[in-house]
Design a protein. Structure first.
Length: 168
């Protein structure tokens, strides 16, 4: 997955719409389905927990299906890209200790994965205005830059792909 510049204003606006629609759909769908089921199949004891739960499950599955179906729609471009970037960064973060150890030993693929992780995290955190840990990211990037200088390596994040992680 390549890192691209995302229009922050469009991304935030579209993400807000998607979240709002999902919340509204979940609330309306859950209540509507559960009320319909309660009306059709009333319980003598007055407990309708199972119908309420079924309403939430059906609404959640429907929303997930709709999000997946429309993920390639133009409106969802930035939102889907950020979701995929988060998924990719999560794969790297699960292997971070092994990657850092291998990078310290001069492993090119580990350094490339770290470079991608740091660049992607910076992009993601700037989009979400999460600048609290940017200083830590700068420190980690400086450590990686020192390793790149030590091993005389130049890295390009465009060269990264998920298959590099299989080694770790």
């Amino acid at each position: 997955m390549q890192l691209i510049n995302v229009n922050k204003v469009r991304y935030r606006r579209h993400l807000s719409w998607v979240i709002g629609i999902c919340i509204s759909g979940l609330a309306a769908g859950s209540l509507g389905i559960s009320q319909l089921l309660i009306a059709l199949f009333p319980d003598q004891s007055g407990s309708h927990f199972h119908w309420n739960l079924l309403g939430v499950i059906v609404s959640s599955v429907t929303i997930g299906w709709l999000l997946n179906k429309y993920r390639h729609h133009d409106f969802m471009t930035e939102v889907t890209y950020v979701w995929e970037l988060k998924k990719t960064l999560n794969k790297i973060n699960r292997k971070l200790p092994k990657l850092k150890a291998a990078a310290a030993n001069g492993n090119l693929n580990a350094m490339l994965a770290l470079q991608y992780c740091y660049s992607g995290s910076r992009l993601l955190w700037e989009l979400d205005d999460n600048t609290i840990v940017m200083e830590e990211l700068t420190i980690e990037q400086a450590k990686l830059d020192a390793l790149m200088t030590q091993y005389k390596i130049i890295l390009h994040v465009e060269d990264y792909n998920d298959s590099l992680l299989k080694e770790f």
